[in-house]
Design a binder for this molecule. Structure first.
Ligand code: PLP
Length: 420
C-alpha cells in the first residue's frame, strides 16, 4: 500500500519523483491516530485545524449515520433540505448580527472565491465598476485556487511560479504590532497610504483576523484589525475576513474578529465547521452587500455541484451544537495556559527565535528553516503527530485533549530541536 501510494498519489505540496514517506493511518479515536503497524500518535494538528472534537466522536458519527439513511446528497439547485437550513440558522445565530446571508461551498479556498465574487459583484451592481482590486497584507494564506492564490503572500505563499498569470493585487506589510499590544502608527499608515492612493480601484480588504495561519503563524494586534475596519468605512471598501482557520474557537474567541469587537462585511469559514468530518465551507454576508449583489435581480454567479451537501451540513450542525453546549472556552483557555507554561522552557534554546501562544495554538519559531521530514519522523518515534513547516513547529490539538497528552506534545519539541 505504501509503495502504491508513493508511486501514484500526490500528497499536499509534494513531488512525485522524490516523495517523503507518508504514514498509513488505520483508525483514529479521540486525540489518537493509530497507524497500521499498531503504533499510536497523539494528534497535535487536528488534521489542519479541523478535528476540534477529536476523531471517531459518537455524536458526530450518529449525525452522519442518521443523515445517510435519509439522503446522502441531492442537488441544491431548485431543492433544499433541513440540514442546510438548520446549519444556516446556527451560523447566522453564532456570528455577528449584521451577517444574515449564507453561501455554502465545498472548501475554504472556494469560500474565498465566492467572497471575492460577492465583493466585485456588489460594486459592479452598485455602479462603481472601477473597484475590482483587492488589498491584503503580506504573510497571509487564503487557499490554493487562483483567486485565493492571488491574495496569498507572494513569497511565503507556495505559489511563486504562478505569479505571472495571477491578477495583481495590493499588499501592505505584515503588521509588526503583536497580539496583546497596541498598534503602531507605522502599521496603520502602511495600509492607509495604499488606501489613500488606490481606494477608487479597491473592492475589498481581505485578511485573516488576528492569526495568520499557513503564511507564518503570526498573531497581530487586535487594534490593527479594528483600525482596518474603520479605514474600510472611511474609504468605502468592503472588509472580507477569512476565518477558515481561526473560526470555531481556536483563538479563544468563537471568531477571531471578536478580539477586536468588529464585524466584517463578508466572512469565510470552513475547516473546523464539520468537526473535521467532511469538506464544507461557507461565505456569509450582510443585508446590504447581498442587496447590492442582487440589485437589478442579479444572481450571485456561483453554484458548486456539491453545494450544501446534506451529510456535511448535518455533521456541521452536530459539531456546532457539541461545541456550543460544551465548555470549549475553558478548555481552550486551559490549553493556552498549559502551552504557555510548558513551551516557556524552550524560549532560550539557541535554535529558537520566538515562542508564542494564543488560544489553542502554540508556535515555536526557529531562526532557520527546520528539516521538516526528519523532525516529523522524530516526532513519530516520540509517539506524537506534529508536522513542522518552514521555520515553524506548531501545535493546534483537538480541544478535547487531556493535559497529560498535551504535555507529551510540548515535551517532544525540545528534544527534536536538540537533534537539528
Ligand atoms: C486552509 C485555509 C484556506 C483554504 O481552505 P481549503 O479547505 O484548504 O481550501 C483558506 N484560508 C485559510 C485562512 C486557511 O487556513
Amino acid at each position: 500500500m505504501i509503495e502504491y501510494d508513493r508511486n501514484h498519489i500526490w500528497h499536499p505540496y509534494t513531488s512525485m519523483t522524490s516523495p517523503p514517506c507518508a504514514y498509513p493511518v488505520a483508525s483514529a479515536q479521540g486525540v489518537r491516530l493509530r497507524l497500521s503497524d499498531g503504533r499510536e500518535l497523539i494528534d497535535g494538528m487536528s488534521s489542519w485545524w479541523c478535528a476540534i472534537h477529536g476523531y471517531n466522536h459518537p455524536v458526530l458519527n450518529a449525525a452522519v449515520e442518521k443523515q445517510l439513511n435519509a439522503v446522502a446528497h441531492v442537488m441544491f439547485g431548485g431543492l433544499t433540505h433541513e440540514p442546510a437550513v438548520e446549519l444556516a440558522k446556527k451560523l447566522i445565530g453564532m456570528t455577528s448580527d449584521p451577517l444574515q446571508h449564507v453561501f455554502f461551498s465545498d472548501s475554504g479556498s472556494v469560500s474565498i472565491e465566492v467572497a471575492i465574487k460577492m465583493a466585485l459583484q456588489y460594486w459592479f451592481n452598485t455602479g462603481k465598476t472601477g473597484k475590482s482590486r483587492l488589498l491584503t497584507i503580506r504573510g497571509g494564506y487564503h487557499g490554493d485556487t487562483f483567486g485565493a492564490m492571488a491574495v496569498t503572500d507572494p513569497v511565503s505563499g507556495m505559489h511563486t511560479m504562478f505569479k505571472g498569470v495571477l491578477p495583481q493585487h495590493l499588499f501592505a506589510a505584515r503588521p509588526e504590532s503583536r497580539f496583546g499590544e497596541p498598534v503602531s502608527e507605522k502599521d496603520v499608515n502602511g495600509i492607509r497610504s495604499l488606501l489613500e492612493r488606490h481606494h477608487r480601484e479597491i473592492a475589498a480588504i481581505i485578511l485573516e483576523p488576528i492569526v495568520q495561519g499557513a503564511g507564518g503563524m503570526w498573531f497581530y494586534s487586535a487594534e490593527y484589525l479594528a483600525a482596518v475596519r474603520e479605514m474600510c468605512r472611511e474609504f468605502d471598501v468592503l472588509l472580507i475576513l477569512d476565518e477558515v482557520a481561526t473560526g470555531f474557537g481556536r483563538t479563544g474567541k468563537l471568531f477571531g474578529y471578536e478580539h477586536a469587537e468588529i464585524s466584517p462585511d463578508i466572512l469565510c469559514i470552513g475547516k473546523a465547521m464539520t468537526g473535521g468530518y467532511l469538506t464544507m465551507a461557507a461565505t456569509l454576508t450582510t443585508e446590504e452587500v447581498s442587496a447590492g449583489i442582487s440589485a437589478n435581480d442579479g444572481a450571485l454567479m456561483h453554484g458548486p455541484t456539491f453545494m450544501a451537501n446534506p451529510l456535511a451540513a448535518a455533521v456541521a450542525v452536530a459539531s456546532i451544537d457539541l461545541l456550543l453546549e460544551g465548555p470549549w472556552q475553558q478548555r481552550v483557555a486551559a490549553m493556552e495556559e498549559q502551552m504557555r507554561g510548558e513551551l516557556r522552557a524552550i524560549t532560550n534554546h539557541p535554535m529558537v527565535r520566538d515562542v508564542r501562544v494564543l488560544g489553542a495554538i502554540g508556535v515555536v519559531e526557529t531562526h532557520q528553516p527546520v528539516p521538516a521530514n526528519e523532525l516529523q519522523n522524530q516526532f513519530v518515534e516520540h509517539g506524537v503527530w506534529i508536522r513542522p513547516f518552514g521555520n515553524l513547529i506548531y501545535l493546534m490539538p483537538p480541544y478535547v485533549i487531556e493535559s497529560t497528552d498535551l504535555s507529551q506534545l510540548t515535551a517532544a519539541i525540545g528534544p527534536a530541536l536538540d537533534l537539528i
